[in-house]
Design a protein around this ligand. Structure first.
Ligand code: SF4
Length: 189
C-alpha cells in the first residue's frame, strides 16, 4: 500500500511523543505555495485539532501576515519541526528533534518551497545551525539549500511582548514579513 506522506506521518511512533499526542500535527495551508513557514512544535490547541498554528500564536501570525498582504492558507504552507505535542509545551529534546527531522526534510523535498520563514530560535538552530542571537539575525535574508530563508521571532514571543511601538518585536516582525511579501511577489505572477 502506498501511503501519502501525511498518512505515513499519522502512524509514526519514532519517538516517545507518539504516546501522549492526541493528533499528529502535520501541516496546514497550500502544499504548492512558494512560501513555507516552520515553527517549533504544536501546543494544546494544535494537538487537539491536528493543525499547526491554530492557537493564539497562530492567530497572531495570521493577522501579521494578512497585514502585509499574505493569505496564510493560500500563499503559505505551515508546519513545525516536531509533529507531536511535547507534554506541557516543554521544549522538544534533541532526540525528539532528530527523530522527527526526516518528516520535515520530506515536506521540503516534496513541496520545494522557494522561501522559508523560520519562526523562533529553535527553528533557526535546527535548520540553519545558528545558535542564539535571533535578535541580531532576524530580518536578514539567508541562503539554505538554494532557498531564501528569513528568520523571524516566534509569534509566542510576540504575545509575551505585546508592545506595538516602533522597534518592538511585533513591529520588527511586520517589517520582516513585508520583506517576505516583496520577495514572494517576484515568484507569484
Ligand atoms: S514527534 Fe515526530 S518522530 Fe515523534 S512520534 Fe511524532 S511524528 Fe514521529
Amino acid at each position: 500500500m502506498n501511503l501519502s506522506l501525511f498518512e505515513a506521518c499519522q502512524l509514526c511512533t519514532s519517538c516517545e511523543l507518539s504516546k501522549s499526542r492526541t493528533n499528529v500535527v502535520f501541516s496546514r495551508g497550500n502544499p504548492q505555495a512558494n512560501l513555507m513557514v516552520i515553527g517549533e512544535a504544536p501546543g494544546a490547541i494544535e494537538d487537539e485539532r491536528g493543525e499547526p498554528f491554530v492557537g493564539r500564536s497562530g492567530a497572531l501570525l495570521e493577522r501579521l501576515m494578512k497585514s502585509v498582504g499574505i493569505d496564510i492558507d493560500e500563499e503559505a504552507y505551515i508546519c513545525n519541526l516536531i509533529k507531536c505535542r511535547p507534554p506541557r509545551n516543554r521544549r522538544p529534546t534533541k532526540s525528539e528533534l532528530s527523530a522527527c527531522r526526516p518528516w520535515l526534510n520530506k515536506q521540503i523535498e516534496v513541496n520545494q518551497p522557494k522561501i522559508i520563514v523560520l519562526a523562533g530560535a529553535t527553528a533557526v538552530d535546527q535548520v540553519l545551525g545558528i545558535k542564539g542571537g535571533l535578535t541580531k539575525i532576524r530580518g536578514n535574508w539567508m541562503s539554505w539549500q538554494g532557498r531564501w530563508v528569513m528568520p523571524v521571532f516566534h509569534p509566542a514571543y510576540l504575545l509575551r511582548n505585546p508592545s506595538l511601538s516602533d522597534g518592538s518585536p511585533t513591529s520588527l516582525t511586520c517589517k520582516d514579513l513585508l520583506a517576505v511579501r516583496d520577495r514572494l511577489n517576484k515568484y507569484d505572477f
